[in-house]
Write a protein that binds this ligand. Structure first.
Ligand code: SF4
Ligand code: SF4
Length: 254
């Protein structure tokens, strides 16, 4: 049954098919098809927007529209099917060779222990990729693994990283996580505007539709009772452009 609810919208004009949004959607709702991100099915998208910050092109936004209700059971079924496919063909949806899941065979420890002291140190890296965002939870090398999570400064700080930390562990780097989180924490802005002209839910929806058209505006929430609209945005949107838009659409803030 279709209901009016939040759901992700992908602007195909802006999408360059980089695939960065795919692993961020734990519901598996996004796939790259013919070089563009697409929603596999409305029932798989919860509309919570966990993927929003992943798109370098600003192609993702949460909108409100008539859609089939989010279905957790369908998500589980879909993920189980996807896992099966990944085990058979373990490459990420964007198709980039660097995201192909690979497991390396390392030298036996007995060989390692007996090697001459002047021999070049062996790598202890047992898999690829290592960037956490590129590693699907179904990657075979994660099964039962002791997971080592590293910040990007560690390889520089520890000369013996491979020997002392990496050996026998699956590894994940949080480079992108750190930059994204930093960007989200420091660059995202949020403000609640008091909009006296709001009289009902339709007013809120009109405001949402108009404000989310502004580049940089990520989330718009409104409440007809309190007549408040809360907006989260980043560059190039500003508080002024948001206020100007509210005036333009006859819902000025007070
Ligand atoms: S809103 Fe949530 S469920 Fe929908 S595509 Fe984005 S991350 Fe996936
Ligand atoms: S991250 Fe953005 S540009 Fe890249 S595939 Fe997803 S929607 Fe398209």
């Amino acid at each position: 049954m279709k209901v009016l609810r939040k759901i992700i919208e992908i602007d195909e004009e802006k999408c360059d098919g980089c695939g960065q949004c795919v692993p961020s959607c734990t519901e598996g709702a996004i796939q790259i098809v013919d070089g563009k991100a697409k929603i596999v099915a409305d029932i798989l998208c919860d509309g919570l927007g966990a993927c929003l910050g992943e798109c370098p092109m600003g192609a993702l936004k949460v909108i409100e529209r008539e859609a089939d209700e989010f279905d957790e059971e369908a998500v589980e079924k879909h993920l189980a099917e996807t896992e099966k496919v990944q085990i058979e063909e373990p490459a990420l949806a964007c198709g980039c060779p660097s995201t192909k899941i690979q497991t390396f065979v390392l030298p036996e420890s007995v060989f390692d222990a007996n090697k001459p002291a002047d021999r070049k140190p062996e790598s202890s890296l047992s898999h690829w990729p290592v960037k956490i965002r590129l590693v699907p939870p179904t990657a075979p090398f994660l099964k039962g693994a002791d997971l080592l999570v590293l910040a990007d400064c560690v390889p520089v700080a520890f000369l013996t990283l491979h020997r002392d930390f990496l050996k026998g562990r699956a590894v994940g780097f949080v480079i992108k996580f750190m930059t994204r989180q930093k960007k989200e924490v420091f660059d995202m802005e949020k403000q609640t505007f008091s909009v006296p002209n709001i009289s009902c839910g339709h007013c809120v929806m009109s405001i949402k539709n108009e404000l989310t058209e502004l580049k940089g505006v990520k989330i718009v929430e409104g409440d007809p009772e309190s007549k408040n609209v809360t907006v989260e945005w980043e560059d190039p949107a500003t508080v002024e452009t948001i206020k100007d838009k509210l005036v333009e659409i006859n819902y000025p803030d007070s």
